[in-house]
Design a protein around this ligand. Structure first.
Ligand code: MN
Length: 325
């Protein structure tokens, strides 16, 4: 394990860095990564930012996002993984990751997800943190690096993303006061909210419409769910990344204790996104299927089952979990 100070020490003592986040990245992963990239450059370090899935369209307004590469070419002293602490979720192509690790490079992770065995020689993992972006802000303060308007924009986006625009239970006093500081440093809340939470291309909104139109609520258990098949993506003219934000919208179903979005991926495995509006720990449920996340927000991927089978498996697991409460 490790702490903020351990991470700071690694940064001071080394010269070249590869930084990355998790696969299927969102605002916290990308925003944290870009802010750290600015910090490392400011400190005169060499830094390559890598995300094998690329930058989602809605986050391309973030300053510096054009520097993120799909793979890394150089050797480095240290890999820093952000918003992830599971090796199998790192957004570095596996062959590059192995090459870097074999080159005896040090591994660090900075994360706030629930994990039993975090990856990395130094793992600063704090599940009480609402966003990795908030941890990176603390690192800026500790290292006494200036928070520029660009950094403020990236970190505000990170924190806003993981708190659902400051609506979820993880919206603490600390995260609001850091957000206020970031606005003082140049982050524009209205612009960021528009790009991250509102602006979508028509196909994405048509896709959301399909999911919303078929929403189901089992009143007795409080499980609400909906689904998207491959043909929905085709008919709407939408991509996989266009579901970003839909799972949070589903939280609005009156009477729901847990909401679940099921969607077919390109390889026909089933991606399950779980959101809890009650005491139900959805990280535990996702964990039963090899996934994970946070108590109130988690996900997993089911392979070798149909959409219908996935729905019934997850509903059964949720009902079992509910019986304990
Ligand atoms: Mn996060």
């Amino acid at each position: 394990m490790g702490s903020l100070k351990d991470v700071a020490k690694v940064i001071v003592e080394n010269h070249s860095f590869v930084i990355t986040c998790h696969i299927h990245p969102e605002g916290d992963g990308i925003g944290s990564m870009l802010a750290l990239m600015y910090m490392l450059n400011e400190l005169g370090k060499r830094c390559e930012a890598v995300c094998s899935d690329g930058v989602p369209t809605i986050l391309r307004f973030l300053p510096g996002s054009e520097h993120i590469k799909l793979d890394c070419e150089c050797e480095c002293d240290v890999i820093i993984a952000l918003d992830v602490s599971r090796k199998d979720r790192l957004a570095i192509p596996p062959s590059s990751l192995e090459r870097l690790i074999e080159g005896a490079c040090l591994t660090v992770c900075i994360d706030h997800h629930i994990v039993e065995q975090p990856f990395g020689d130094v793992a600063w993992v704090d599940k009480s943190m609402p966003a990795t972006g908030l941890m990176i802000y603390k690192l800026f303060k500790h290292m006494a690096v200036d928070v520029t308007p660009q950094v403020a924009t990236c970190l505000y986006t990170a924190i806003a993303t993981d708190t659902g625009a400051f609506r979820f239970e993880n919206t603490t006093h600390e995260c609001l006061s850091v957000a206020a500081e970031l606005v003082k440093s140049g982050a524009d809340p209205a612009l960021i909210a528009h790009y991250v939470f509102e602006r979508r291309h028509e196909g994405a909104l048509r896709l959301w419409g399909r999911a919303l139109a078929r929403i189901r609520l089992e009143r007795r258990s409080g499980i609400a769910w909906t689904w998207l098949k491959r043909k929905d993506f085709e008919a709407a003219g939408a991509n996989d990344e266009d579901t970003e934000g839909l799972d949070n919208l589903l939280r609005g179903v009156e009477g729901a204790k847990v909401v679940v979005l099921f969607r077919e991926l390109r390889d026909m495995s089933i991606k399950v996104s779980l959101r809890s509006l009650s005491e139900i720990d959805v990280a535990k449920v996702a964990g039963q299927f090899g996934g994970g996340g946070h108590i109130k927000s988690s996900g997993c991927i089911l392979k070798g089952v149909t959409l219908q089978e996935a729905i019934s498996l997850i509903k059964k697991a949720l009902r079992r979990e509910m019986r304990w409460h």
